[in-house]
Design a protein around this ligand. Sequence first.
Ligand code: PMP
Length: 461
Amino acid sequence: MAHDTLTNAQMRDIEALVHPYTHAASLRQTGAHMIASGEGIYVTDEAGRRYVEGLAGLWCCGLGFGDAELVEAAQAQFSRLPYYHLFGGRTHEPAIELAEKLKELLPMEAARIFYGCSGSEANDSQIKLIWYMNNVLGRPEKKKILSRKRGYHGVTLATASLTGLPLNHEDFDLPLEFVRHLRCPHHWKEAEPGETEAEFSARLAAELEETILAEGPETVAAFIAEPVMGAGGVIVPPEGYFPAMQAVLRKYDVQMVADEVICGFGRTANWFGSETFSIAPNSMSMAKQLTGGYFPLSAVAMDRRMAEAVEEGASRNPALGHGFTYGGHPAGCAVALAALAIYERRDIVGHVRRVAPVFQARLRAAADHPLVGEARGAGLMGGLELSPEPGRPAAFAQPGKVGARLMEEMLARGVILRSLGDTLAFCPPMVITEAEIEEMMAPLPEALDATHAWARAEGHL
Ligand code: PMP
């Protein structure tokens, strides 16, 4: 039964919607938090309270919430051509222009772009097109995809299988059989005592090789990874990780797929996370900040070999049997072009380089708090992992509860964040100023103290 203090709209919400990533019984008690409007790095709820949006929505609103240029780009395109598709040889100017622009910007020799609407669709397309490629290349057994524990790649049957989080598998009968999950590259948690980051990276690369050999290199098609793991807890790779992993991948002709859905377009203080962490991808997935979150659009960039194999397959068969009704939507492409123009004109990468150290320093200052295990991050992404043992990796008896409480304490102090288990994630709009970073981080010490007191009183410590 719903609580009697819920507003009418909250009651209607509960009776009308299924909420993603929400504890349903708790929602009946609290009601949903209704957001009414947004401007800059702030959103305002129906009660008129204004918040710093510390996660840029879902890691996507890099330009904040009231960018008139993005709105105008969508409006102009809606007036000219509100919908068209790319099936059966049709095309439109925004789709072509955006693909050309991406090819110019990407840190790989991208030969072709394929559009979807979401990060899940991009990664699902990666799997399908890599399988398709390997069929064309006459190696139909090369189909397994390597992913990592705590990686996040989406929620479709195939991409939820790539995702390495129990919540996305349990009760969904997943993962599907084609995936193997490698060790999470989290030095703080997974390294042996005294093992340096470089040694840890070498060990992970050796484990990768063991896995490929055990499976049979002729059966392993690709390795997919986020440059910085986002939804798995903001996990930054250890020193030398990707070059060590890629040396092994090259040896066995295993394709490197960079999932840039969060890291793309400036988030890690380079245009792409692949640049920050020395990844040389064969294909890349992009979404989220591609349109500043204002329109659902995703893109897969593929290297020449993949593009040529797809073209060959689509010439052998009557057609490429893959594509989405709204993939490459003209309004989405127009918004993406406007977003990319803003990133360039306002030098968003330069801005992130200037302000990220301020953010990272503020985050790391919290590492001394007795409730904090590790403060970590890159660029304008950060994670604050709580632990019952100060500074050391350890699990709370009831995982997720203390992290959720810290998120609530920050919300009560005007900052919207997201707890991922017992890690509090930060990913503010990239346009955030130094003063606004200060505003976002200022409540943290008090929120940590309040959470600490609560955790003690409730027996979590
Ligand atoms: N890949 C990564 C790295 C993501 O962070 C996400 C979403 N958080 C996805 C894929 C899936 O994107 P979507 O929710 O748009 O399907």
